[in-house]
Design a protein around this ligand. Sequence first.
Ligand code: SF4
Length: 343
Amino acid sequence: MQDILGMSYLELEDFFKSIDEPRYRAEQFAQWIYGKKLRDFSDITNFKKELKDKLEENAFIYSLKLRSSQTSKDGTKKYLFALEDGELIETVLLRQKKENEGTRNTLCISTQVGCPMNCSFCATGQAGFERDLKTSEIIAQIADVERIEKLKINNVVFMGMGEPFLNYENVVRAIKIINEKKFFNIGIRKITVSTCGLVPEINRFAEEELDVVLAVSLHSADDTKRSSIMPVNRRYNLEELKKAIAHYISKINRRVTLEYAMIRGFNDKPEDLRKLISFCQGLKVHVNLIPINETEEEYKKSEKAEYFASELKKKNIESTVRQERGADIDAACGQLKGKGRKH
Ligand code: SF4
């Protein structure tokens, strides 16, 4: 049985050819599946019964089982989905009204059940690792939320449960499917992939020349401190990470986002700011200063984000203080544990 949601457009054409149908059927089919969000082949009105029977016999559309959902005071909605083997993942929808742009619907999607990277501030990292998601399980998060909410997703961030680059092939395949004009048609620059800093994969990703937004979770520009909260730093230190980011920027010619969760008394002192500035120097980056969500007793939200932003500006380093969203339903950064989790 062919798993339709994991296919590229070319593969979909090949599939129709393999069941003795013309390749152009792929385009008609995509309009029903991705455009009208149909799940049942028998509802495709411009296909004859014989073709619908062939589809039933040879293919399926993967669908997630919605276990529950919660809506935050700010409108952020978190979905708990069950996979076929009973594992659970979380997906988060953020809706923002934008001037001249209507509503921006951003979906934060998961790439693994759990995460093995073990970042100490992250609820996902504390919950263990089960397995990678298949491409169709990644794609179904978008397809199913669009169907449930009857809306169009126009931004996708790979920042849910899991480290995307540990599930490299399926993530790259998913990006191409999300961007495919005949499927979701989400602009490549509306897709963000977030990594905790896997240097070989950042270098490999640069070779894909996909032009998506790359976000790197930095959180400290001091090796000892970063290693204490992100074990990945013991494998690839800041010097190696900076080199990989510089290489990525030189290949893609695009600003990289640095995520900096601000933790009171840990990474918000003047020396931390100095090190952050020095890390950014020579790099085309945008720093996201994120007041951390207080998932663990030991981490308290810093009040220094605005100060950091103004000091970065003096050094011509772009930054934004990113507003927390969905914190009251554990949907914000670092709070997914779906018991899954999040970057
Ligand atoms: S922050 Fe990201 S990489 Fe680190 S444990 Fe959480 S999900 Fe994994």
